[in-house]
Design a protein around this ligand. Structure first.
Ligand code: MRU
Length: 361
């Protein structure tokens, strides 16, 4: 377990570590209302696809526990409203919709005939989403071990660590697992303009984990591949389409192209909760456009001329052809992804089901 908690349920309050302030300050934010959770996702108090999914689950639990509905019918109407508000918080990470779908179907169980029973079921499902995420990430890290040489320089983009998940991390979890298994890894941390998730968050996590690392600007990947040599790239994802096209933090596509030009393996870490088999390819992924101020300013300082035109897509899509493999909790998927991803999702479903059955015993 990591010392800090990205998100926690504490007696009808959702506590989150405010990721806007790290590394300068570690401040926790308490949300007592689902609208505050939606705002926290939108403002990136909490971010990273799996963490957003967990937050949505607990947001629904808040909606249930804080409701003053006098009967089940009114409670269900309030839950539908909370679901709509949370769904509108950020568009790209499928984990948000995946988690809300899970809560919705659990709460719809006709065996739940009292307000208390609905509340308990929703909270139980939110806890299950959070708990599964930690297991998933650790398993994903173990599955990736054979892909990491004993001594490896690794480029990582954005932040995919414990902060981006409930704990442990996905692509950063791969680096973490390799380090924990005695491999001599050195992480090259893309700073990740404009919100600097790499420079601020990934470097903060790696420092605490004692993993050697160097922060680099996003445009430096080609230079390091050509000079010192990079053994692999690991990135996370916000949504993987059925054909393997992957949406992740802006700049991921550029990194994949540079990696291909240098023959460097490019691995996507994808918990199956981030795989969206309902969409055929990356063209169907909605890319979030964020405020121009993220680009025109660094902190409170304006760095561009006034009124400059700005494009600020938060994510890009890396076509499947540039992805060497997609690592999941159920194993490593290789091209052709149409069949391998489907197999991973099915295998993961069985794995999670048997874990649930075991813990119920
Ligand atoms: O805008 P963010 O910080 O939420 O973007 C996060 C990423 O792009 C991550 O790489 C992705 O969500 C995977 S996190 C395990």
């Amino acid at each position: 377990m990591t010392d800090y908690r990205t998100i926690e349920w504490r007696d009808a309050v959702v506590r989150m570590l405010d990721q806007r302030l790290i590394p300068q300050k570690t401040v926790y934010v308490d949300c007592a209302d689902y609208r505050e959770v939606a705002a926290a996702i939108k403002d990136m108090v909490i971010r990273g696809a799996p963490a957003i999914g967990a937050a949505a689950g607990y947001g629904m639990a808040l909606a249930a526990f804080r409701s003053r509905a006098a009967d089940l019918h009114s409670l269900r109407a309030e839950l539908a409203e909370a679901d709509t508000v949370l769904r509108a918080s950020r568009p790209t990470a499928v984990n948000l919709f995946w988690a809300l779908d899970r809560i919705k179907s659990r709460a719809a169980d006709s065996a739940l005939v009292s307000i208390e029973a609905v509340r308990a079921a929703i909270l139980d499902e939110a806890h299950a989403i959070a708990e599964e995420d930690v297991w998933t990430n650790k398993q994903l890290g173990l599955n990736a071990l054979p892909l990491v040489p004993d001594k490896a320089n690794i480029i990582h983009h954005c932040n995919t660590g414990a902060l981006a998940t409930v704990d442990y991390g996905t692509a950063l979890g791969i680096i973490r697992a390799a380090h924990e298994h005695g491999k001599k890894v050195h992480a090259f941390v893309d700073e990740t303009r404009p919100r600097l998730q790499g420079a601020r968050l990934t470097a903060w996590e790696l420092k605490q984990l004692g993993i050697p690392h160097t922060v680099i600007v996003d445009g430096a990947s080609g230079h390091f591949m050509r000079t010192i040599g990079i053994d692999l790239c690991t990135v996370g994802c916000d949504r993987v389409a059925a054909n393997g096209d992957t949406a992740n933090k802006i700049g991921t596509y550029n990194l994949a192209l540079v990696a291909r030009a240098h023959g460097v393996p490019f691995y996507v870490a994808a918990p199956t909760s981030t795989i969206d088999l309902n969409i055929p390819n990356g063209d169907a992924i909605k890319i979030e456009e964020r405020a121009a101020r993220e680009v025109t300013h660094v902190g409170n300082e304006q760095i561009t001329p006034d009124d400059v035109a700005v494009g600020n897509p938060a994510f890009d899509v890396t076509p499947a052809q540039y992805i060497t493999a997609i690592v999941t909790e159920a194993g490593v998927a290789y091209p052709p992804y149409e069949s391998s991803l489907r197999a991973m999702v099915e295998r993961a479903r069985a794995l999670h089901q048997s874990r649930r059955a075991e813990s119920a015993r």
